[in-house]
Design a protein around this ligand. Sequence first.
Ligand code: FMN
Length: 218
Amino acid sequence: MKMSRDADELLETIRGRRSIRRYRTEDVPNSVIESVLEAAVWAPSAHNRQPWRFAVIKRAEIKRALAVEMGQSLRKDLEKDGLSSDLIQRDTDRSYRRITRAPVVIIACMTIVEMDRYPDARRSDSEMTMAIQSTAMAGQNLLIRAHSLGLGSCWMCAPLFCPEVVVKTLNLSSDWIPQGLITLGYPAEEKYKERADLSSRIIYLDDKRLEIYTRSNL
Ligand SMILES: Cc1cc2nc3c(=O)[nH]c(=O)nc-3n(C[C@H](O)[C@H](O)[C@H](O)COP(=O)(O)O)c2cc1C
C-alpha cells in the first residue's frame, strides 16, 4: 500500500518538474545543494565508473566571469551565422542574465579518464557515449531532486558550444568535459508544458508485429 503511494508520488514529482529560468534572489543553502548533488551521484553509470563531475558556483564574480566569456563565444558564433547586431546583442544579454541571475550555477561535466580504452574509434566512441549518457542520467536525478525540494532548475546546453572556454574560465581540471549548465534557485515563475501522447513515442513488439516481422524475414 505504502509502496504504491510512494510510486505515485514519484511520478507526480517527475511530471511536475519544469524548466525554470527565473529565480527569487534568496540563497540556496549549501546543505540543500549537497542534497541535490547526492541524488545526482546515485544515478546509474556505465561500469559504475561515475564519470560525472560537478562544479558549483554561487559567487557572483565567478558567475559574471563565466557569463562574459561564454557570451563572447556565443557572439562569435552568431556573427559567423550573419545575424544582425541587434539580435546578437539580445541573445548575449539573455545568456548573461540567465547565468548571473541564477542563485546557483552548476556545470555538469564528464570525464573519460576512468572509462574503458579501446584501440578502435567505434568502441571508443561508444564508451564516450556511455559517459555522456551516465552524466545525463545524473543530471535528471539532480533536476528531479531539486524540484522535490521546492527548487527550480534548468539544464542549458550552452557549454557544449564552448567547452574550452568554460574549463579555462573556471580553471577546471583539463579532463573535465562540460556537458551542461544547470541553473538552480527558488522559482520566480510557474511553467506549464505538455507532452506528446505516449502512444506516439512507443511501439509494443506484440504478436501482430511479430507476425509481420517473421513473415518478412522468412
Ligand atoms: C539537453 C538539453 C538541453 C537544453 N538546453 C536548454 C537551453 O540551452 N536553454 C533553455 O532555456 N532550456 C534548455 N533545455 C530545457 C528544455 O527547453 C526543456 O526541458 C523543454 O522545453 C521541456 O520543458 P520542461 O523541462 O519544463 O518539461 C534543455 C534541456 C535539455 C534536456
